[in-house]
Design a protein around this ligand. Structure first.
Ligand code: NAP
Length: 283
């Protein structure tokens, strides 16, 4: 029998704890505050920002927006970033990406205050994926994948895990987090040979490539755990994952749908990290 892993259920459980934590801090006189930093007006960034603000606000977290024009110079943006990094009223922040091409992503990462970088952009926080702890500011989407597996009480010890995708925000951090859970991990990308065969060997298959319906039955071993991180939009704006859900759910033991999967958990993880940042300031 296949279990459908529902992101909403994972998020509900997380949100309850976060709300209680935010309230507890408020009673001590500390308002948890999250900044949202956006350059330009990309519709996907605005959509994500608005959705995250809705979730964080519903948990009692104060949200502050920092918006800059698309043509802000790199030097001016870095200076703004440093100001926010030193602003004591902001506990943590999310930097909406991608940034415009004239702003160097690596330089931005170096200039971000790691104590407030709750989505794991700075090299210091990215390095935390090697030693993941509850209070590490690792990339939220990667952390959301692990939250889902933990919620469904899935023991990964000794399992063959295959991660499709090697980006710094998802593929690589997920691979390290699975390794920390004692899985034997293989990372695949666009140059991987015999991709189907490699995936077919996976007890746990995580797909984060951004190709709708790419993962069909032929990629999946009978009884595998399948996590679909992909978020793809068809010509009508409908969201689909990387996995052909109808086909693969016939053979997987656990699988999440898209929408209703990892995306539903990611903003709650962001809220949780912001609460952790706020708590660190109270202690
Ligand atoms: P990305 O930076 O574009 O990376 C995609 C990765 O997939 C790359 O490593 C690429 O390989 C690999 N890839 C592409 N086509 C492939 C193929 N045919 N076979 C094997 N590997 C292939 O994307 P990303 O930022 O990691 O995002 C991945 C997906 O997750 C997207 O759909 C994105 O929208 C989604 N996402 C979801 C959430 C959420 O909260 N649910 C958050 C962020 C992103 P190369 O390295 O060789 O190019």
């Amino acid at each position: 029998m296949t279990t459908i892993m529902k992101g909403k259920e994972v998020a509900i459980a997380l949100k309850e704890k976060i709300k209680a934590g935010v309230t507890e801090l408020k009673e001590k006189g500390k308002v948890t505050t999250c900044g949202f930093i956006r350059v330009g007006d990309r519709s996907d960034s605005i959509g994500y920002e608005n959705a995250a603000i809705k979730v964080l606000s519903s948990l009692g977290i104060e949200c502050v927006q920092f918006h800059y024009p698309e043509d802000i110079t790199e030097a001016n943006f870095i200076s703004e970033l440093e100001k926010i990094g030193n602003d004591d009223s902001v506990d943590g922040f999310l930097l909406l990406r991608p940034l415009p091409a004239h702003i160097d992503d690596d330089l931005v990462g170096m200039k971000i205050n790691p104590k407030k970088d709750i989505d794991g952009v700075s090299p210091y926080n990215i390095g935390e994926v090697f030693y993941p702890k509850e209070d590490s500011f690792i990339p939220c989407t990667a952390a959301a994948v692990i939250k889902m597996l933990e919620f469904y009480d899935l023991d990964l010890t000794g399992k063959n895990a295959v991660v499709l995708g090697r980006s710094n925000v998802i593929g690589k951090p997920v691979a390290m987090l699975l390794l920390a859970k004692n899985a034997t991990v293989t990372v695949c990308h666009s140059r991987t040979q015999n991709l189907k065969e490699v995936c077919k060997n996976a007890d746990v298959l995580v797909s984060a490539i951004g190709k709708a319906h790419f993962v069909t039955k032929e990629f999946v071993k009978e009884g595998a755990i399948v996590v679909d991180v992909g978020t793809n939009y068809d010509e009508n704006g409908k969201v689909t994952g990387d996995v052909d859900f109808d086909e693969v759910s016939e053979i997987a033991s656990y699988i999440n749908p898209v929408p209703g999967g990892i995306g539903s958990i990611t903003t709650s993880v962001l809220a949780e990290k912001c609460l952790i940042a706020a708590r660190k300031k109270v202690k």
